[in-house]
Design a protein around this ligand. Structure first.
Ligand SMILES: Nc1ncnc2c1ncn2[C@@H]1O[C@H](COP(=O)(O)OP(=O)(O)OP(=O)(O)O)[C@@H](O)[C@H]1O
Ligand SMILES: [Mg+2]
Length: 356
């Protein structure tokens, strides 16, 4: 779902403005500290209601201002988001919504920046979140299962910490198991689907590295979750938290049986992370049949020219609305005759420059 117009007021260092956006390709230039990442962040927040760089949205309020406003026209709907020190209000077509997921499901957005390279070296949480982004957008029931699981986990952990009413553990176990089993089977299925796409269509980006992707459940392989929860009961009571479940899952990547983190070179690891992103975007594109917004921030310093060309070639072939900061990063050859819009940012002032 592309965004055609963005208005922002009192957001970070950016001067309040309204921008008409290209449905396919938007390039953002500007010196360090001018506000390029802030512009990408505004788009991300308008689709996700949270940021990729601050835990608290109030950090995005322009210094000295009471709050920020974002407004966007998307294909088929309008979204508005108002944040001040006290509250966050999200509106779709003028109506205030209660659940963040109502906004998030509308316009899939993802960010490609240096953090993507954490997919291999980072914690399992990074890999789960990466795969779950895809599940959220392609599996209609995912969000509800996730919400139920989180609720049950929180209640179970509260009980374990308090060490009171421990007979209620059985009750919360069941509430935890039902959604966990659903999410676990989705993660297993989509790990396989990502492996297929990645080794097939995006094999070129991987440059011939053999790759296997396996879902690893967050409890012993030979047990079902009920048995595992039962088996860890005493330990969980001692430690005060739930030690087994889908919050301990991992997506394990190996090449000819060895963990990729141990054998791939730095360059190969980067290519693998990019190929993973391409595969997941491709999967969501195919199933949802909707345009995904992809924000690309400061990637050039991380990739050599050949890898850049390869990735931009693939991205431009997909049904995406791209926002790319730092246009030095874009290989002129891969942009060719395509139409795009260019925005130049100077001390927070965004100036559109039209090209075609
Ligand atoms: N809440 C805020 N209010 C006002 N200014 C802010 C706020 N948060 C950050 N800034 C400032 O906004 C400026 C722009 O930051 P931003 O990260 O968007 O720049 P950038 O163009 O991406 O730079 P770089 O090329 O170094 O990545 C910075 O100088 C930063 O200090
Ligand atoms: Mg930046």
């Amino acid at each position: 779902m592309a965004i055609s117009q963005l208005s922002l007021t009192d957001f970070r260092n950016l001067k309040s403005t309204t921008l008409d956006l290209d449905p396919r390709l938007n390039l953002i230039s500007g010196a360090n500290g001018s506000g390029k990442t802030s512009l990408l962040e505004a788009i991300y927040i308008l689709c996700q209601a949270h940021s990729f760089r601050s835990h608290q949205l109030k950090q995005c309020i322009q210094h000295g201002k009471p709050g920020f406003l974002l407004f966007g026209r998307f294909e088929g709907f309008k979204a508005g988001l108002a944040k001040n020190n006290k509250k966050l209000e999200i509106r779709i077509d003028g109506e205030t919504i209660k659940r963040r997921s109502e906004l998030v499901s509308r316009a899939p957005v993802n960010i490609l920046n240096a953090d993507i390279f954490q997919l291999i070296e980072g914690s399992p949480q990074k890999r789960r979140a990466f795969l779950d982004w895809c599940l959220f957008h392609v599996e209609p029931d995912y969000a509800e299962h996730w919400r139920k699981f989180q609720h049950a986990l929180k209640q179970r952990n509260r009980l374990l910490k308090s060490r009171k009413d421990l007979k209620l553990l059985e009750y919360w176990n069941q509430h935890l198991i039902d959604p966990a089993v659903e999410i676990s089977s989705m993660r297993r299925e989509y790990s396989g689907a990502v492996e297929n796409i990645l080794t097939g269509e995006f094999g070129k980006v991987l440059s011939g590295i053999p790759l296997e992707i396996n879902y690893q459940q967050g409890w012993p392989a030979h047990q079902d979750l009920a048995e595992a929860l039962h088996g860890h009961r005493e330990g969980d009571i001692r430690s005060g938290f739930t030690s087994v479940g889908i919050h301990r899952d991992d997506i394990v990547m190996t090449s000819e049986g060895r963990k990729v983190g141990e054998i791939l070179s730095r360059g190969q690891s980067k290519r693998l992370c990019l190929a993973l992103l391409l595969a997941v975007l491709n999967l969501v594109n195919k199933i949802r049949e909707t345009r995904i917004i992809l924000l690309i921030d400061d990637l050039h310093s991380e990739l050599d020219r050949e890898a850049q060309d390869l990735v931009y070639d693939q991205l431009l072939d997909m049904d995406l609305q791209l926002f790319i900061s730092n246009i030095d990063s874009v290989a002129p050859g891969s942009l060719g005759a395509k139409e795009f819009k260019l925005f130049h940012v100077e001390h927070g002032i965004i100036k559109p420059r039209n090209f075609s």
